[in-house]
Every structure is written in structure tokens, then in C-alpha cells.
Design a protein around this ligand. Structure first.
Ligand code: BTN
Length: 271
């Protein structure tokens, strides 16, 4: 089944996420186009899928490598209810949905790195870029863009990311069906988004903490051009990472790139 097949569209008909599908052979960025469609009034649950992106966007103004024929590049438009939840919780829920989906195809190997990178064996397999449209203080819509490295072989990655990125096929040792993966991704996203909008953040946060590889470890986060470090102890109500710093104070970081620091063995005898 191709990503443009009638059969995929049929399987997504009536689903909360995916009931409207826009397919592109090649596009600049599915997030940019989703934002444009959102401004035109596209309904919640509209999804965009591209076979390749010429200007795939990552977090922190990075480029997302988006060659054709092997991966998933998708964006979804969500219109979260106002007042009942914080919109910054949506990308956290998306990280949970993506990690669960990847685990279904790669037998429980995936973990989440704050805020919502999905890693297998410490290498990145999936990234999420959320962008929101505000009208004054209210959120009009949020675009959640998800990129998953699916069937890329090691040598097909650019040299500079070969050591830090991986794909589902490399890790599972077999080719993965992209249509099956994308259907499960939308189903899991709908499940966690519903949980968030109906019952609040608690369930999402618990699952995130469960899937995260950082909690309890000493991490360093580049935040507003400054490196802050501490023990990762939890997630704040808005999805910020809570760090316990060396002077025993809690500090929250709302954005940035986190790295797990290697524990230094201070025992001189080395045992
Ligand atoms: C990151 O980890 O830096 C986020 C990567 C997000 C990539 C996806 S691919 C689909 C969507 N369109 C984009 O331009 N970016 C996101």
C-alpha cells in the first residue's frame, strides 16, 4: 500500500485524526502547508503526508532530512479546547503517541528524550515540531509535525548524522510498512489527545515519565544560550522539564536541547 493509496484513505475515513488527508509527492514542509490550511479553516484532524520535503524543518531552526521513498513526514491540525488544558501539553502527548507507535513495530526499544524526541539505543528515530497559531491570548490551532526515519539504511543517512540517527528498519532488521505505521500513529495520537482533552494532563504525564530515559539522570540543557544542568526529576504542568540543581533547587526549563551526562565515578579505588 502506498502513502497515496485509496486503501489508506478508506482506512482513515471517519477517524478523529486522518479523516481528511492531503497527500504531496514533494513539498517544502508539511508543517508550513498545514499552517496555511489551518489559517484557511481546515478542520481538526486534517492530516498532511508528503513523500519528500525540500525544506523539512526541525526544532531550533534545524533542517529535517527528508528524502523520498523511505520515511514518514506528516503534520496534523488540532484545535484544542480553550480553558481546560495547556496547549504545550499537546506536543508531549504527541511524543507519547510516537514512542508507543514505534514500540509496536520495534518491540519496546523506543524511549523519549525531553521534550519529545524518540530514540532507539540513544539514536534519534523520530522528531516532532509543534507550531501554534494564536489569536490574542487564545489558540486557534496547533500543527503537530512528525518525522519518522522508517526504511532508511545506515549508508543512506548524511555522514554528519550517521552516528546519532537511526531508522526503524535498521533497528528491527526488516522493512516496515509505512501505511501500517502511519495508521497506528494517527490512532495513538487520537487516543492520547482525547485523554488530554477529556481527563487532563496526569495520564499523559505518567506515560511520558514511563517512556522517558532521562528521569533520575543528570542532564544538561541548552536553554536561552546557557547550559543548565541538574538531575531530571519530572515534568511540569506545561511540559517543562524539572531539574534538581546542585544547590538542591528545582528549576524548570521550557525549551532547549537536553543531553544525558555520563555519571562520573568519584570513587578513587574505582569499585
Ligand atoms: C526535530 O526533532 O527537530 C523535529 C523534526 C520534525 C520533522 C517533521 S517532518 C514533518 C513535519 N514537517 C516539517 O517540516 N517538520 C516536521
Amino acid at each position: 500500500m502506498s502513502l497515496n493509496s485509496e486503501s489508506l484513505k478508506k482506512k482513515l475515513a471517519g477517524k478523529m485524526i486522518g479523516h481528511r488527508l492531503h497527500y504531496y509527492e514533494d513539498i517544502g514542509s508539511t508543517n508550513d502547508e498545514a499552517f496555511r490550511l489551518g489559517e484557511e479553516g481546515a478542520p481538526e484532524g486534517t492530516v498532511l503526508i508528503a513523500e519528500s520535503q525540500s525544506s523539512g524543518k526541525g526544532r531550533m531552526q534545524r533542517v529535517w532530512y527528508s528524502p523520498p521513498g523511505a520515511n514518514i513526514y506528516t503534520s496534523m491540525i488540532l484545535r484544542p479546547p480553550t480553558g481546560t488544558m495547556q496547549v504545550t501539553q499537546v506536543p508531549i502527548a504527541a511524543g507519547v503517541a510516537a514512542a508507543e507507535t514505534i514500540n509496536e513495530f520495534c518491540s519496546g526499544k523506543a524511549s523519549i528524550k525531553w521534550p519529545n524526541d524518540v530514540l532507539i539505543g540513544g539514536k534519534k528515530v523520530c522528531g516532532i515540531l509543534a507550531q501554534m497559531k494564536m489569536s490574542g491570548k487564545t489558540v486557534d490551532f496547533i500543527v503537530v509535525g512528525i518525522g519518522i526515519n522508517v526504511n532508511l539504511a545506515r549508508e543512506q543517512f548524511p555522514h554528519d548524522i550517521q552516528e546519532i540517527a537511526t531508522s526503524l528498519a535498521i533497528e528491527a532488521g526488516r522493512e516496515i510498512s509505512r501505511p501500517d505505521l502511519i495508521i497506528r500513529l494517527y490512532e495513538n495520537m487520537a487516543k492520547w489527545y482525547r485523554e488530554l482533552t477529556r481527563n487532563g494532563f496526569a495520564g499523559v504525564r505518567e506515560r511520558w515519565l514511563n517512556l522517558s530515559e532521562m528521569i533520575g539522570k543528570t542532564v544538561s540543557v541548552m536553554f536561552q544560550n546557557e547550559a543548565v544542568s541538574g538531575k531530571a526529576v519530572g515534568l511540569d504542568e506545561d511540559g517543562s522539564l524539572i531539574l534538581l540543581t546542585a544547590n538542591n533547587q528545582n528549576m524548570t526549563v521550557s525549551a532547549g536541547d537536553a543531553t544525558i551526562l555520563k555519571e562520573v565515578n568519584t570513587n578513587a579505588a574505582g569499585d
